[in-house]
Design a protein around this ligand. Sequence first.
Ligand SMILES: Cc1cc2nc3c(=O)[nH]c(=O)nc-3n(C[C@H](O)[C@H](O)[C@H](O)COP(=O)(O)OP(=O)(O)OC[C@H]3O[C@@H](n4cnc5c(N)ncnc54)[C@H](O)[C@@H]3O)c2cc1C
Length: 353
Amino acid sequence: MQNEAKVDVIVVGGGLAGIWTCFRLIALNKKVALIDLPESNCSSSIAAGIYNPLLAKHQKLSYKAHEIYPHIAEEYAKIEAFINEQVHHAMPIAYIIDQLKTLNDWAGLCSDDRFKPFVSLNNERLSDNIISDLGYLTIQSSAWVDIPHLMNAFITAIQSEHIYLNQTFDYSSLQINEDHLRYQNLLADKIVFCEGIGIQQNPFAAHIRLKPAKGELLIINSQCAVNDCIPQQGVFLLPVAPNTFKVGSNFEWQQLDTHITESAKQEIVDKLCEWFKEPFEIIDHKAGIRPSSHDRRPILGAIDDHQQLFVFNGLGSKGVALSPYYSQCLVEHMFKGTPIDDEVSVNRYRPRC
Ligand SMILES: Cc1cc2nc3c(=O)[nH]c(=O)nc-3n(C[C@H](O)[C@H](O)[C@H](O)COP(=O)(O)OP(=O)(O)OC[C@H]3O[C@@H](n4cnc5c(N)ncnc54)[C@H](O)[C@@H]3O)c2cc1C
């Protein structure tokens, strides 16, 4: 048998939820073991990486917009300092106004105190190759994060002082004792499950039911000169490199596999072509499954009575924005006893007697 290794916390899953949880734990001087199998479904490696405080189509703010979005850039700056790489790219979203009624509505909403910090109305065209005769909204406190870059750099950064195991976590090998957990040769005080849709295989969390949503996105090449904002109407056009853009995405709740489909590709292309008039070539097409919850709120907290087993999941389509904030809430709960809001607590899944 290999030598035993003692850590404070085992984290299962190395997507956004797992990485942010590890980062928060390390900031509290905890030693972590991260166990992740990136080859299985990893929504984080497919995601475009955009965050946006506004649901412009519905004329609503994103969940906890004022509390979370103005601080996201600062949080990513902290993790960037840790990995010594830039992954956060501040960039406003340009929401194209396609109807006169929408224009009139936003003319009023832009001076509403709730929306004012995030949004302003522009009456000119966005660019020659983008149909936007009614103008567009500029949405601030938005950006995109290069998530694959973040995940790779984070794993490199933790390897010397922490443990990284590139393997499937075998739930049947977890031994739960009163004062410690044992997993193979690891001894730990606590474990946090951050498996995205993989939670559906977790026997300790069998009572937690997700409502996953498949999504596909395209990567295109185009000579389009727009590279300082993210045009959006039906789909987004995210500039990620010179002449390279991510375009997406769609939502599918029935066929929950990771295969790319012609129908989703066509849906995305059709929506893009309604306003994007520059020729383009599709160079890649990806599919993933978002770990969404029924009430579209994250899921966090202890799943046992002894505060040894925890989950962090339910990030849905907002993992980039929600993972920094709720990973902090989770570790403060784990080590300082700070209560978790009922709205996001895993207790809402507890079987009722
Ligand atoms: C097409 C598409 C576009 C998206 N665009 C955006 C966007 O622009 N902005 C945004 O905020 N969000 C976006 N999302 C959503 C985003 O991807 C999720 O919110 C987020 O990535 C969820 O992170 P997670 O860590 O909870 O899950 P995941 O990223 O799925 O990570 C879970 C990890 O756990 C591992 N795992 C599971 N079970 C085990 C096990 N037994 N042993 C070991 N490892 C295990 C998996 O391999 C995976 O690596 C998009 C999603 C899709 C599909």
